[in-house]
Design a protein around this ligand. Structure first.
Ligand code: NOJ
Length: 569
């Protein structure tokens, strides 16, 4: 395979805190003292964060829905697995039309998930265990039941309350057509018409997802002010950062003109409408959020993390979001969308490392999340999923794991239509790509549903767990040293031990077709065989770690990744 070399040793980011002009009498700046007390200040650059989809993780009160006390109870499991932190999907009060991505109150906990007190206890436990806690925040849109939206519905056209959203008159003689041709990401037009308080057919409002998720108008100064309060509310409670939903959204073209190709906008789940996404003004918001985080860092030396879900077409465009004074990280989704193909993996890894590290940030790798078909199913076999995971965990930068991938969970792709809750399914009638299949509650233990997800005798879990989950419980995985759980655990352990892993250089080496291989730093070699037959390994000798059995030295079995330590030169 033709190889390329990615740049070595990316520059470190600018210091988080600006030095004041005059040093104090003892010569030590407060932030220097804080950084010395917290040597892992840049922890996020190569952290491995575990995504907890709260409603499917652990149910503590028997209603069949996971909750915050459930998360607390399982923190020791996550600690033993070896992750650096936890990202919680939204648990805020919400009518749950999009499972919490329709927030009705940004500063609370939905009773379904617990209380603010439960949340505070979770923060405390994370702190004790040395786990970082990252929350989801949803600034592009709120719930149609958010007080602001209810107020806007009751107010008149042109009022200050409506100006917090995108309300507009319709087109056509009676205003019966949407103000423009934009399509919503989850199907149908991006506009819905309201009935005015006097009962007359009224204005339209913009929603880039479902009608229950009205888009906020970020050109209205009240909106950024309110979100600053939201960030501070959770930062004051001790969180380590935020995952930002739809981070390439927020601003729309000020004139709201027609999209040049609405069919293309509808065909893909990537944000392609150039008038609705990726507007230049959004970067100012990330700069201001970064400044808020830095304020907190200046107090205690702990860096707060901003990780964006910025779905933009190219790695180069994504790099714009992680410039030194903007987000720390942005999920690199090109690997998540890659087919099981060595050339494709090679191209996206190469581009990511080149474009993202040039900004001074690190790449944020991800193979699974709550919106995607699980890798075991997507790549076609558990072996491939394991090989992809071990490959990802060897790449320079940070990585996000999605709950259950360490158990080798397959996608549940035979859920009956009547249990499906994903609004995409209901708005498009399209089974392909629906998201419930990766959100089925986790199997923890036992041979029958609810597999320890809920206490015995509870209400049925919100999505039914298949009988096959009996073979994937955490209990079994922990007891079986050949399980994916132990592979992840060893890989995470080695990431802490070996200086070659985490940040640093990646250098491709020549390989036969269908094999990818590279060295990390000085002395670690990684190879993945994407093919269906065994390939010669790039080195002789037993690997340090491999995603499946490597029975013969010098041979790399199909659908296998292995790590070797190279002899010292
Ligand atoms: C991205 C989230 O990951 C997804 O679950 C959600 O439906 C959309 N943003 C809308 O908030």
């Amino acid at each position: 395979m033709i190889t390329s070399v990615v740049p070595a040793d990316p520059p470190r980011p600018a210091q988080a805190v600006e030095a004041p002009a005059v040093r104090p009498a003892d010569g030590v700046l407060p932030e220097e003292r804080a950084a010395a007390a917290a040597p892992d200040a840049l922890w996020w650059r190569d952290a491995v964060i575990y995504q907890v989809y709260v409603r499917s993780f652990q149910d503590s009160d028997g209603d069949g829905i996971g909750d915050l006390p459930g998360v607390r109870a399982r923190l020791p499991y996550l600690k033993r697995l070896g992750v650096d932190g936890v990202w919680l999907n939204p648990f805020y009060p919400s009518p749950q039309h999009d499972h919490g991505y329709d927030v009705a109150d940004y500063k609370g906990v939905d009773p379904m998930f617990g209380t603010l007190e439960d949340f505070d206890l979770l923060v405390e436990d994370c702190r004790k265990l040395g786990l970082r806690l990252v929350l989801d925040t949803v600034p592009n849109h709120c719930s149609a039941e958010h007080p602001w939206f209810l107020e806007a519905l009751a107010a008149a056209p042109g009022s200050a309350s409506r100006a917090r959203f995108h309300f507009a008159d319709g087109r056509g003689p009676d205003g019966g057509l949407p103000p423009n041709n934009w399509r919503a990401m989850f199907g149908g037009p991006a506009w819905s018409r309201i009935t005015e308080p006097d009962g007359a057919p009224g204005q339209w409002y913009l929603h880039m997802f479902t009608p229950e998720q009205p888009d906020l108008n970020w050109r209205n100064p009240e909106v950024p002010v309110e979100f600053e309060k939201v960030l501070r509310f959770w930062l004051d409670r001790g969180v380590d950062g935020f995952r930002i939903d739809v981070a390439a959204g927020l601003f729309k073209h000020p004139e709201l003109p027609d999209s040049p190709d609405p069919e293309a906008d509808e065909r893909t789940r990537d944000s392609v409408n150039p008038l609705a996404w990726n507007q230049p003004e959004v970067h100012e918001v990330w700069r201001s959020w970064r400044a808020i985080c830095e304020e907190y860092t200046a107090l205690d030396g702990r860096q707060r993390l901003l990780v964006g879900e910025a779905s933009v077409p190219t790695p180069a465009e994504q790099a714009m979001y992680v410039r030194g004074d903007e987000l720390h990280q942005a999920f690199f989704f090109h690997l998540l969308h890659a087919p099981w193909d060595s050339e494709h993996f090679h191209q996206v890894i190469d581009a990511a490392v080149r474009d993202i590290t040039a900004t001074g940030s690190t790449v944020t790798w991800v193979l699974n999340n709550h919106d995607q078909v699980r890798t075991t199913t997507r790549f076609g076999s558990p072996e491939r999923a394991r090989a992809a995971a071990l490959l990802m965990l060897s790449l320079p930068g940070a990585a996000y794991l999605y709950q259950g991938e360490e158990l080798g969970l397959p996608e549940v792709d035979d859920l009956p239509d009547e249990v499906i809750t994903d609004p995409i399914f209901h708005r498009t009638g399209n089974r392909k790509g629906i998201r419930d299949g990766c959100r089925v509650p986790l199997p923890w233990a036992g041979a029958r549903a609810p597999y320890g997800f809920s206490p015995e005798g509870s209400a049925p879990s919100w999505l039914p767990q298949p009988a096959s989950f009996a073979g994937h419980t955490a209990e079994r995985a922990v007891a079986d040293h050949a399980s994916p759980y132990h592979l992840y655990r060893e890989a995470l352990h080695l990431r802490r031990l070996l200086p070659q892993l985490g940040e640093g250089t990646l250098r491709w080496i020549e390989t036969p077709p269908n094999v990818l291989a590279f060295t990390r730093g000085d002395g670690l070699l990684v190879a993945t065989n994407f093919g269906t037959v065994a390939a010669p390994a790039p080195v002789t000798g037993q690997p340090l770690l491999s995603s499946g059995p490597c029975p013969a030295a010098g041979v790399l079995p199909p659908a296998t990744t292995a790590w070797w330590i190279l002899p010292r030169r």
